[in-house]
Design a protein. Sequence first.
Length: 133
Amino acid sequence: MRYVAFVHKDPDSCYGISFPDFPGCTSAGDTMDDAIANGTKALAFHVRGMETDGDTIPGPHSLEEIVIDPEFADELDGVSFALVPLVRDLGSTTRINVSLDLGLLKAIDDEARSRGQTRSAFIASAVRRELVE
């Protein structure tokens, strides 16, 4: 699930990111990529807080819905848009069955070993990175 994010850049400032579906959820970064990566973490943290408080998590609005919503008209001038994934850490792992080419599996295992990671940890970190890009 991806949410629309507004990416802002004022002169002499870093990039800011905010989420129209989650008022108050903001982050920043020195580059647009950093802002989106930090925004992904901020979104997950914000949603976790909402869940702890018993709040309902809104479904994502489409970019088209947000652009025509008069509530956001003042925020659209000079803004760039990004679609940011909601990547939750639910605190439990689940065993899955995945089919991979043996050569790819060997490369995964070699790289995981060189980093001192398990296969599962390596795959999870790679998928997290891929979701953000």
